[in-house]
Design a protein around this ligand. Structure first.
Ligand SMILES: NC(=O)c1ccc[n+]([C@@H]2O[C@H](COP(=O)([O-])OP(=O)(O)OC[C@H]3O[C@@H](n4cnc5c(N)ncnc54)[C@H](OP(=O)(O)O)[C@@H]3O)[C@@H](O)[C@H]2O)c1
Ligand SMILES: N[C@@H](CCO)C(=O)O
Ligand code: NA
Length: 433
């Protein structure tokens, strides 16, 4: 008997999903056993890019998630509410759920997965991170034998597009953002993308899967790209780096069960040009996973867009369909369900060991570089390079790159340096991979 899909949302991803469901030939045979039963939208009068019988459309989304005939609810409306409530209601009515909604999952995974486990239904979210790039299922299944040490990714296409254009054209952030909005790459309200919030949602989800515990989103350090300017991109370039917005989750390999702290953060990062993530440009995403024994594995592709994202949505539907077609054991499939119960502990940022790039505008006079060097040294901050890059009248621009240092020590040194009369301002402080 055909499995009935209740689709919530017929926007970019909903349309892509409906198009695949209505055109199963040449795809996996299980697709033939799926039928699009109802489609929930906000406006019935909008013209649509997919032809559907009018009777399928409704604005009553509650009716879909409570419809006894619906087997799988696919939530593609986005936003926190009513998406969260509809997902919970669908679960309460025994529906399996597929969603692309990283904002809801990163905030409400606890209540959603607890409810799903109690009800014996699946909640699948491959499209929520990296769009069409398979990364959720690989973490749950194909990489299950590994101890994951670190996940590092470019998981936001909008900011990667902006940084790539800035890099290639020497343009400033505001100029490129405006063009990206005109082209429809960046949303009218770009906050979630450019301030790193979208990437924080995504790395919280990936970390939860990689490290087997829930993550409090409020504890994820998040810094966006608004302050990146053309000078830093150019100086970074001269030093052999490109600037990327990285989302990073790592576990100290030496961690003991008593002292198992994770570091989860999103921030612009100077990436050495030879690093595999340095060449990921435009709207592309890539996620590099490091584990034992696999070593490094990288996933690359389109992190957004109708087709790529719908590819992930439909693959989740197929996974559920496959399990529902298998002999019934009464238990949830352990490689598809969520078994996390506890919250992970996150390390404070001041304990992070990282390299830093910082740019100082100072008086152009003898002894300034020496003063900076001495101050860093007194805080146990070891310097890899310190160069005067430019002079503007009486002012000099000095760029410092450190070795791996404790972030707390580096910040203390900066506090002291800020009080030096010869230091005019410190326009940029960025971490270096
Ligand atoms: N776009 C991407 O490339 C992409 C990539 C990865 C993940 N995602 C995620 O996928 C989800 C959907 O994104 P999208 O880009 O497809 O969004 P979208 O184009 O804005 O479409 C949203 C759809 O949901 C409907 N909708 C929204 N609120 C509703 C409500 N309260 N009641 C009834 N219908 C409602 C809209 O109806 P109308 O059509 O009638 O307005 C529209 O069809 C989001 O969670 C997003 O984060 C998107
Ligand atoms: N706004 C997101 C879309 C996919 O989640 C991006 O730019 O990557
Ligand atoms: Na994905």
């Amino acid at each position: 008997m055909a499995l009935k899909i209740g689709l919530l949302g017929l926007g970019t991803v909903g349309t892509g999903t409906a198009q695949i469901l209505l055109d199963p030939n040449g795809r996996h045979p299980l697709l033939q056993g799926l039928s699009l039963h109802r489609v929930g939208v906000r406006s019935l009068s909008k013209s649509r890019q997919v032809e559907l019988p009018e009777s399928l459309l409704t604005t009553d989304l509650e009716e879909i998630v409570t419809d006894p005939q619906v087997d799988i609810v696919v939530e593609l409306i986005g936003g926190l509410e009513p998406a969260r409530s509809l997902i919970l209601k669908a679960i309460a009515h025994g529906k399996h759920v597929v969603t692309a909604n990283k904002a809801v999952i990163s905030r409400y995974a606890d209540e959603i997965f607890t409810a799903a486990n109690e009800k014996g239904v699946y909640v699948m979210l491959e499209a929520a991170v990296g769009g069409g790039i398979p990364v959720i299922q690989p973490l749950k299944q194909s990489l299950g034998a590994n101890r994951i040490h670190r996940i590092m990714g470019i998981v936001n296409g909008t900011t990667n597009y902006i940084l790539t254009r800035m890099q290639q054209e020497g343009a400033d952030f505001a100029e490129v953002l405006a063009q990206a909005q005109q082209l429809g790459y960046a949303e009218a309200d770009p906050t979630a993308d450019v301030d790193g919030l979208d990437a924080a949602d995504k790395i919280a989800i990936l970390a939860s899967l990689a490290f087997g515990g829930r993550i409090k989103l409020s504890e994820v350090y998040c810094e966006g790209i608004r302050n990146i300017n053309a000078s830093d991109i150019s100086y970074a370039d001269r030093l052999g780096f490109v600037i990327k917005l990285l989302a990073i989750a790592s576990r100290d390999p030496q961690a003991t069960p008593e002292n198992d702290l994770l570091s989860i953060r999103v921030h612009p990062t100077l990436v050495p040009k030879a690093h595999p993530l340095a060449s990921i440009n435009d709207v592309y995403n890539a996620i590099l996973i490091e584990g034992e024994p696999i070593g490094q594995v990288m996933f690359f592709g389109r992190g957004a867009g109708a087709g790529p994202t719908a590819s992930a949505v439909v693959s989740d539907i197929l996974n559920i369909a496959a399990v529902l077609h298998s002999p019934v054991s009464g238990e949830l499939h352990p490689l598809m369900s969520c078994s996390h119960q506890h919250y992970c502990n996150l390390a404070p940022m001041e304990n992070l060991m990282t390299r830093f790039y910082s740019r100082f505008v100072t008086q152009d006079e003898p002894g300034v570089i020496g003063k900076l060097g001495t101050c860093f040294g007194s805080h146990d901050v070891s310097i890899e390079s310190i160069v005067q890059i430019d002079t503007h009248g009486e002012l000099a621009e000095i760029v410092v790159v450190t070795h791996d240092v404790r972030e707390g020590n580096f910040r203390q040194a900066l506090d002291e340096i800020k009080s030096f009369n010869v230091v005019n301002r410190i326009p940029s402080i960025l971490r270096v991979l």
